[in-house]
Structure formats: C-alpha cells, structure tokens
Design a protein around this ligand. Structure first.
Ligand code: FDA
Length: 394
C-alpha cells in the first residue's frame, strides 16, 4: 500500500493551497480528486476571471456559528499575503470594486499559479480518484479508492460544499465529518438567486433584464448596496446573492430603491419646487423606466402632479420608495448557488490549524467548514487562509 505523510481530498482552492504548503515543509503529499481536472470552480468563477480575494476580507464578512473562528487564519494568511504570492508569479490583476481583485485575463492564470506551486513543492496530484472508504488506523488513515488503497498520517478534507453538482460537488466531506463523530450544521444554498411566487413572477415578468442599484436589508444581516436584477425566474444580481446568505424561508426582503435619498424630504421639496411635474416623471429621472411603469400601474397616484398629491399619499409613495417589500418563495438551490452555508461545526476544530479536536491527524479546510463569505472574493480568501493554516502543520 502506498504511504503518504499527507493526503488531501479535493483539488480545489483550499486543497491545492494546503498541499503545496505542506510539501514545501518536506512532507510527502498526495492530492486526490474524483474530477477530471483540478480547480474547476476557480476556472468558472468571477465570470471566468476569478475574483480571487478581497482586500477587505475581515471576519465580519463571514457567516459562521462561531464568528471568532475565522480570525486567526485570516490574520495569519491574509488577502495581502495571497496578493504577494500571485504577484511573485507575475499575475496581471485589477480591483473591480469594493476591494474585489480579479484576474486581468483569465482565471486559468490563477489556477496555473496554484498548479506551479504544487509542482515546485513536489506534491503529487491524482485525478479521477474515487474515494470508496476511509478508515482510521492508529496512527493515520487508510483510503480505499478506485485506484487502490492509500495510507497517510494526516488526512485533509477539502471537498468543498454542495453547490454546482455539475462541477463535481459531493457531500463526501460532510459524511466523513459525521463518520468521525463531528457535528455538521445543516447545509443550504448561499449566494444564490431568489425565486418568486407565481403572482409575483407574473407581476415582474416584463422587468426581466432590468437592473436597479438599491440597498437591500434582510432581517438577520447587514444592508448591502449593489444591483438588483429581475430575471424570468425571480430576483438576482449581486445584492440579492448577498442577501440570500441571510434570508430564511417565509421572510420578506426590504429594498430601498433610492437609498441615497430620504424620499419623504425629497418629495416634499419637489412638491414645493416642481409642483406641476407628475410624480412618475420625477421617478423616471431616478429609476429604470420599466420599473417605474410597474410602480405607476400599481400605484396610480404616481401619475398625479407632485404638488397636487395629498400629503398622506405623498408619504405613502415615499415609504414605498425607501421600503419596497417583496416576499421570495425560495432559492434556485445548489444548481446555481455559488456557495454552501452550514457545514462542519467549527467548535470541534482548531481555528489555528484546522485540525479535528476529535480525531488526531484529521483536518477540514475550505468550504466544507461552516464558514461562508460574502460575494466578492471572500470565499476564495477563506480557502487560501484555511488551506495555508493546515499546510503549516499537517
Ligand atoms: P472546491 O469546490 O473549490 O473544491 C473541492 C474539490 O473537491 C473539487 O475539486 C471536487 O471535485 C472535489 N471533490 C468533491 N467531492 C469529492 C469526492 N467525493 N471525491 C473526490 N474529490 C471530491 N468565490 C470567490 O471568492 N470569488 C468568486 O469569484 C467566486 N465565484 C464563484 C462562481 C461560481 C459559479 C461558484 C460555484 C463558486 C464561486 N465562488 C467564488 C466560491 C468558490 O468557488 C468556493 O468557495 C471555493 O472554490 C471553495 O474552495 P474549496 O477548495 O473548499 O472547494
């Protein structure tokens, strides 16, 4: 049976980072993955340009049942450390917005960096490797695979989440965690478009393709200022993906359509200064036409000249603009989700090394752990940071 110091299951972002780090320390390292090619999510991420980190990757941008858990790894291997690594390889990249760093040309360039690191470090990669069984020996682990049995001292689970099964996502990591006595928080799709009840789908059908810069406030999370996109299936766009991490079934989401304006004050001022102008004309100046047409169809008072609108109706219109509400009926699920919320309970793994507190030599890194970042490069940064942390000790 082949013996390795370290076996990493999963040749994704976290697994590749961890494997190279461990091999640089002189450990013999094998990465196994059931896919044909490594890093498939990296290749399709960020529209093919991979938003590989965020300069503001602070703990507050992560959802985790223990919000302190991410602090150590993010501090020890930060966004700036990852930037330094890619700069050493001469990657061309740019900041799109809000600290989000993207490859200038292609996500392939980033994956090539990780694969070069893997090669320089001496770690080996074995693709199309199906894991049939994992058992603990003392010390270490034995993996039964379609390519024979493998033995290791340290086993790193880097199998990612459940999103995008087409790209090879499986529940193996959660199953292994449970097999070894770990608690796993229930999983659900995150960074995912929200779907609508039939009546709302019909109501917004004519708006498909319309994008509106808004602020969305969900009951349990922070407010996000980005674009909302109407689609034939429901609501999407960055602001909705962000809010989806915090949204629970049955809840409404509140949308501030003009978040840079106190609409009460604004409409009052318009009533004085532009009394003869119809409300809808004022709205056309601020919001996409098709969206205003919907508001006017549902609130005929908006056709009235602002100066003639009774103050109660003007306040109602202002309230609608700053507090527009919609009640989704679900999410598009793992098929289109970028991430998976929930996962391996962080109370049972070390925040410094990612080692299991139940089974010595077992590690969990990346998305399989109950850590989910906002949209904008935060999830890859978690993969790099947690992979790096484990790579120093396995
Ligand atoms: P990852 O999913 O990368 O890797 C897991 C690996 O394990 C895969 O190679 C898989 O084949 C393997 N595996 C799974 N089950 C196995 C089994 N049973 N046997 C063997 N191998 C198995 N994040 C971000 O920060 N910026 C962005 O731009 C994007 N964009 C984006 C777009 C899309 C469409 C998606 C789906 C996701 C993103 N993300 C993102 C999220 C990001 O891709 C994700 O958080 C990281 O890839 C997680 O890294 P991991 O290494 O944990 O898992």
């Amino acid at each position: 049976m082949q013996h390795w110091d370290v076996i990493v299951i999963g040749a994704g972002a976290a697994g590749l980072m961890c494997a190279a780090q461990a091999a640089y320390r002189g450990r013999s390292v094998l990465v196994v993955d059931h896919g044909k090619k490594p890093g498939r999510k990296i290749l399709i991420s960020g529209g093919g340009r991979c938003n590989f980190t965020n300069l503001h990757a602070e703990p507050s941008a992560y959802l985790c049942h223990n919000p302190h858990f991410v602090k150590s790894a993010l501090k020890r291997f930060s966004a700036h450390d990852f930037v330094e690594l890619v700069e050493r390889h001469g990657l061309d990249f740019y900041e799109k917005t809000l600290g989000q760093l993207f490859c200038q040309d292609s996500a392939k360039d980033l994956l090539n960096i990780l694969l070069s690191e893997l090669q320089y470090s001496g770690a080996q990669l074995q693709m199309r490797c199906e894991i049939l069984n994992v058992s603990a020996t003392s010390p270490g682990f034995v993996l039964t695979t379609n390519q024979g049995a493998l033995e290791c001292d340290s086993l790193v689970v880097a199998t990612g989440g459940l999103s995008m099964p087409k790209l090879g996502a499986t529940p193996l990591g959660y199953q292994l965690a449970e097999q070894f006595g770990h608690h796993v928080y229930p999983t659900r799709a995150g960074l995912v478009p929200l779907t609508l009840h039939d009546h709302d789908k019909q109501r917004f059908d004519a708006l498909a393709g319309v994008s509106v810069p808004v602020q969305v406030r969900s009951l349990h999370g922070p407010a996000f200022d980005e674009s909302l996109l109407f689609t034939h299936r429901g609501l999407s766009g960055p602001v909705i993906l962000q809010a989806s991490n915090y949204w629970q079934p049955g809840e409404i989401i509140e949308v501030d359509l003009l978040s840079n304006l106190d609409c009460n004050q604004w409409l009052k001022a318009m009533a004085r200064e532009r009394a003869k102008v119809a409300c809808k004309t004022l709205l056309y100046e601020k919001l996409p036409k098709r969206f205003v047409d919907l508001l006017v169809a549902e609130h005929p008072a908006a056709s009235t000249a602002i100066g003639q609108l009774p103050s109660a109706q003007r306040d109602e219109l202002a309230n609608l603009l700053n507090h527009w509400q919609v009640k989704p009926n679900g999410t598009e699920g793992y098929r289109t989700a970028e991430v998976t919320l929930g996962g391996v309970d962080t109370n049972e793994i070390s925040s410094k090394t990612m080692q299991s507190q139940k089974v010595s030599g077992l590690y969990f890194i990346g998305e399989v752990v109950d850590v989910t970042g906002w949209l904008g490069g935060y999830n890859f940064q978690w993969a790099w940071s947690s992979g790096w942390a484990a790579g120093q000790v396995v």
